[in-house]
Write a protein that binds this ligand. Structure first.
Ligand code: FAD
Length: 544
């Protein structure tokens, strides 16, 4: 065999070494599933793990090619507006595989197992955004809002088809908050709502006008959106939450125009548009005057957990690709996995991925307890803080993990046709922005701590798992930050926020003995960890 043939054979061996079931291969996840008592769902998880390792991956790779991206196709032959987006057949195939896992149908169970749903999402999101992950998070927000606040008529019309696992017949949803003058600053929203009938009660009929600037899943069946009822107060207080169906009750297209689709860095298979509404038919979702509260509790909390699960998925998939590559790629006469620096990078990636899914499952379990009315006020404070910090930290860690994976693949890492990693990196940049930018999440947590004292519940809950010693310094730092002026407090909290988020991951890993090395390695994000023989042994235990 020539050197060239040997080099190519090594790459082929890497391709063949890819797991055929991303659930079974993920022993870290399997350990967490055992800890959470979700073993009865293993077959469902394994089916999703096989789909993502095979047909789903292939479909998503194909639908992400430039020539197959969604395009507007919104006028019919006789000049009627249809609001349609044309998707490549592999986008439909991916949708059938993802929804076919039963992920949205799980919301029909009582009580809802958010941990099972976000495990399925973690598995399917390992194919990248794929044109369906953002819509899934939006579906989930719409389902939770309709379940909690919808009228019986709304539930029948919209909730039932959102729960349908058949992608050819179901409904999907979208969430439109952002306007051109501001996304983080939702209180700057100016899209307006005029009451048509029914007063301000749930299900009342309204007419919506104005422009939404970022509208992902632009061809969804139902849009969940914020708008300011006529005469509403300024800021977030005056916002209402509305459901705008794509079709009006008479079956004609609602009064909106998709102006254009955005040409994006990542999440490219998913159609994100700019939409003008002109007296569109809308129904109030819950009491109109509680709009912002409903958005935060039911929509944004849900999508922040989805975002975190998707980021954990990106980090894990990067590890799968890079850890197998390191076993087969040779340099200087040996597989690159034999270099301790490569092994260290791989161990970081694995530990960060495990920490990210562990914290997300812990928080999902708390959401289940919150819905059951079973959280103490301290735990509720912890949940409020931790969901936001977890969204932030999982996105940061996933970005680093995918970057590290690209580094391990060397020049091949930068090649789109070689591996999924360039696409994961592009998708991940969008995940960092969605559902709250880093600064905005930190600002929200700091505000909540100052106003509601929720940091006490945060530290008490973590101390309940890790012991007071583990949280003492951070607790003192938080108390000190709260005495500072705003500028300095924001800068000091920027540093503390990441340390607090890592505490959540470590506490989530703690009960699972086989994940103690992962928790130990996460400590490097919090403090200076000695690099000694013990550290090297830990790294080696985290190799494939
Ligand atoms: C591909 C894509 C799809 C999207 N789809 C949707 C969608 O379907 N629906 C939807 O509603 N939105 C959507 N968005 C919009 C997204 O949610 C917003 O971009 C995001 O909320 C940030 O808002 P912004 O872009 O207005 O940034 P800005 O709010 O203008 O922020 C700009 C910068 O200022 C910083 N900043 C802002 N406020 C503060 C503060 N208080 N303290 C410190 N720093 C601050 C931010 O962190 C950021 O770095 C999408 C975005 C992308 C990229």
């Amino acid at each position: 065999m020539s050197a060239t043939e040997r080099g190519r054979a090594d790459l082929a061996a890497w391709v063949w070494a890819q797991p055929t079931d991303l659930y079974v291969d993920d022993t870290d996840l399997c350990a967490l599933i055992g800890h959470h008592g979700l073993g009865a769902r293993e077959e469902q998880f394994s089916n999703a793990g096989k789909a993502v390792a095979g047909p789903l991956d292939a479909a998503v790779r194909e639908n992400n090619l430039h020539r197959n991206l969604p395009v507007l196709d919104n006028w019919n032959g006789i000049g009627e507006y249809t609001a349609k987006v044309h998707h490549h057949p592999t986008w439909w195939e991916a949708g059938r595989l993802i929804y076919g896992t039963g992920i949205m149908a799980l919301y029909a169970e009582a009580p809802v197992s958010h941990r099972s749903i976000l495990t399925l999402f973690y598995l399917t999101a390992q194919a990248g955004e794929g044109g369906h992950n953002c819509p899934l998070a939006c579906d989930a927000g719409a389902i939770r809002t309709l379940s909690a606040l919808g009228t019986e008529t709304q539930k029948e019309a919209y909730l039932t088809p959102l729960l349908d696992p058949d992608f050819d017949t179901n409904f999907t949803a979208s969430q439109f908050l952002t306007e051109v003058q501001g996304g983080s600053d939702v209180g700057a929203n100016t899209v307006s709502a005029s009451m048509v009938s029914g007063g301000r009660d749930p299900g009342s009929i309204w007419s919506i006008s104005g422009e939404k600037w970022f509208c992902s899943n632009a061809d969804a069946d139902v849009f969940v959106m914020t708008a300011r009822p006529d005469g509403g107060a300024d800021g977030t207080k005056g916002l209402g939450l509305f459901l705008v169906p794509r079709l009006k009750p008479d079956g004609t297209v609602n009064n909106f125009r998709i102006r254009r689709l955005k040409d994006k860095l990542g999440t490219r298979s998913m159609a994100s548009g700019e939409i003008d509404f002109s007296e569109a038919y809308a129904e109030a979702l819950g009491p109109v005057d509680d709009g912002f509260k409903s958005v935060m509790q039911l929509v944004i909390t849900t999508s922040r957990l989805y975002n975190a699960s998707g980021c954990a998925a990106h980090a894990r998939r990067a590890w799968v690709v890079a850890s197998t590559y390191a076993q087969h790629r040779k340099a200087f006469g040996q597989p690159i996995a034999q270099f301790s620096t490569v092994r260290e990078t791989l161990a970081w990636m694995r530990a960060d991925a495990a920490g990210s899914i562990a914290s997300t499952l812990w928080l999902s379990g708390m959401l289940e307890r919150l819905e059951a009315g079973d959280l103490s006020s301290g735990e509720a404070g912890f949940f409020r803080v931790a969901v936001n910090l977890n969204k932030l930290q999982t996105a940061v860690l996933a970005h680093d993990a995918v970057n590290h994976g690209i580094e391990i693949l060397g020049g091949n890492g930068a090649i789109e046709s070689f591996s999924i990693l360039p696409r994961l990196l592009r998708d991940n940049v969008v995940y960092e922005n969605w559902e709250g930018t880093h600064n905005v999440l930190r600002a929200q947590v700091l505000r909540d701590c100052a106003r509601l004292g929720v940091h006490n519940g945060f530290f008490d809950t973590v101390a309940g798992v890790l012991g007071e010693e583990a949280v003492r310094d951070d607790r003192l730092e938080m108390e000190s930050i709260l005495t500072l002026d705003a500028d300095l407090a924001a800068l000091r909290f920027r540093r503390l926020a990441s340390r607090m988020a890592v505490l959540v991951m470590q506490a989530a890993l703690k009960p699972v003995q086989s994940l103690s090395d992962h928790a130990g390695l996460l400590e490097r994000h919090r403090s200076k960890v000695p690099v000694d023989a013990e550290y090297l042994a830990r790294i080696d235990r985290l190799q494939r």
